[in-house]
Design a protein around this ligand. Structure first.
Ligand SMILES: Cc1cc2nc3c(=O)[nH]c(=O)nc-3n(C[C@H](O)[C@H](O)[C@H](O)COP(=O)(O)OP(=O)(O)OC[C@H]3O[C@@H](n4cnc5c(N)ncnc54)[C@H](O)[C@@H]3O)c2cc1C
Length: 465
């Protein structure tokens, strides 16, 4: 049977939409969040249920088509889309079911975080995730998941109870601590290497209203603020989260006009408690270096989760580099200041997210996420709408990274990486890499799922087998 005939047959078995080059919906359907990525798949299969996912896997296998799996399409390296293969898109599998009695949240494999935030909030629950609500649940979770609740409740994977998956051979499995525990270990940080998650079961955390928002300081104060912050964030109550941003003030509300486009240092806080308690905890920094502006107030958690969405719509040019850090030395702070003063465009930024507290209380081998001893996950992001600025934002991010990398812990968070090669992936998984390669050999021996931060299946000659 020719590929064209196979696609015709597949269309008959598949309930969702199928797009091929030349179809009306194809150009829109092949886009991902990062407009730098321009890949042309042979087929895009928008699945509606598990049966569709199984049909798409079998179709790809039978026809030897490369496979990429897409949830939110946010991956900056564009790993949700491939050239000349099949995109298995789960975005239509976007149900959320909250069970308030067991405090669990069942989430379809194609949901965005805003779907979860919305559905869980009415029950006074939240699942720890990231800081932009249009990000996909699947990609973020499978890489780890770092966000505003990390110090108190850990990474997203630390709140994951069970998954439903379709494997490379088209079979369906459940993975949790009881069933297929090796697979469950691997998917908590190992990305999309092991199969397609069609459903996640999370523990919901009791988070409703938080006191949150940014404080901004002029760059002249940034060194003092960062020196204060590095001590503060390692000792602060875990209910208090705060990430540092080197940023340009957006040209809009709530920022005062005189600050628009000014390069500044920010800390974005999220406190789970009363405003009175938050103010007491933050009094030392307010009296030490008074913020030039702050927008810190009680708000429903989903409001915080979507606060930065308007700054980062889909369709921008996006390039980033990342490292984990165990400390923030005076010399590193100096490098931050040098590169923050040359932020190339107003949407470009650098974020240092704390990954201590609960994240550090898991051991390096409890899940595939290996940097349980890091204090921060840093990311340097070059962003701009204009493709003409691609080189400018890329070279700025690389130069900033080159300056900071010597201060780093060695590896980076997989979800903040471009396609950076096998050595970088090994550095990220450290001692867990060989165990991951063995799990990969068991569940995906032919590396069917390879459009990802790829873990190569161990072979019988490897010491780990
Ligand atoms: C604006 C922005 C903000 C971000 N903020 C944060 C943050 O605060 N915290 C954080 O931790 N990360 C953050 N990230 C990084 C984010 O976690 C990654 O980009 C992640 O890959 C996005 O997931 P996605 O589902 O949207 O990606 P997609 O591009 O859809 O998929 C990425 C990869 O995930 C895998 N995958 C997708 N769906 C499935 C599935 N159902 N089953 C198996 N594998 C699948 C595939 O291997 C695919 O290659 C941010 C990214 C952006 C662009």
């Amino acid at each position: 049977m020719s590929l064209q005939e196979a696609i015709q047959k597949f269309r008959g078995q598949f309930r969702g939409a199928v797009h091929e080059p030349g179809d009306a919906g194809y150009e829109e359907a092949r886009k991902v969040y990062n407009a730098m990525i321009d890949r042309k798949p042979r087929l895009i299969a928008e699945c509606t249920d598990v049966a569709d996912v199984i049909a798409a896997v079998r179709m790809a296998k039978a026809n030897d088509l490369p496979v990429s799996v897409r949830c939110g399409g946010h991956n900056a390296a564009g790993l949700g889309v491939c050239d000349d293969g099949i995109v298995i898109d789960l975005a239509r599998i976007n149900y959320v079911r909250v069970d308030p009695s067991s405090r669990t949240v069942q989430v379809g494999g194609g949901c965005k975080w805003r779907d979860v935030d919305h559905a869980a909030h009415v029950f006074g629950l939240a699942v720890p995730s990231g800081i932009i609500s249009s990000t996909g649940v699947a990609g973020l979770t499978l890489g780890g998941g770092i966000g505003h609740l990390a110090r108190k409740y850990g990474l997203t994977i630390d709140n994951l109870l069970s998954v439903d998956m379709v494997l490379a051979d088209g079979s369906f499995v459940v993975a949790n601590t009881e069933e297929n525990p090796d697979l469950f270990w691997a998917i908590r940080g190992g990305g999309g290497n092991f199969g397609i998650v069609t459903s996640f079961l999370f523990e919901g955390q009791p988070v409703h209203t938080v006191c949150a928002g940014p404080m901004l300081w002029n760059l002249e104060d940034a060194a003092d603020v960062m020196k204060w912050y590095r001590e503060f964030i390692t000792q602060a109550p875990e209910e208090m989260n705060g990430f540092v941003a080197m940023m340009t003030v957006p040209p809009g509300a709530p920022f005062p006009v005189e600050l628009h486009f000014r390069k500044m240092c920010a800390i974005v806080w999220c406190y789970q408690g009363s405003m009175e308690q938050a103010n007491a905890i933050l009094e030392p920094i307010r009296s030490y270096r008074r913020p030039a502006f702050e927008f810190f107030a009680p708000m429903p958690f989903p409001v915080l989760q979507s606060m930065f969405d308007p700054i980062y719509p889909a369709g921008l040019q996006w390039y980033w580099k990342s490292d984990f850090f165990k400390d923030l030395s005076d010399a590193a702070i100096q490098k931050h200041l040098e590169h923050a003063s040359t932020l190339p465009t107003w949407q470009s930024t650098m974020h240092l997210y704390p990954v201590n507290g609960k994240v550090n209380r898991m051991s390096e081998t409890d899940t595939a996420f290996a940097y349980r001893d890091a204090v921060w996950s840093g990311v340097i992001v070059g962003v701009d709408p204009d493709p003409a600025n691609r080189e400018r934002i890329t070279s700025w991010a690389r130069a900033y990274y080159d300056a900071l990398h010597p201060f780093g812990a060695g590896g980076a968070y997989v979800n903040f990486m471009m396609e950076e090669g096998g050595d970088r992936i090994r550095a990220t998984y450290r001692g867990n890499y060989d165990r991951l390669a063995a799990v990969k050999a068991k569940y995906d021996p032919n590396n069917f799922f390879r459009v990802n931060q790829n873990i190569r299946p161990a072979t019988s000659g490897d010491a780990s087998m």
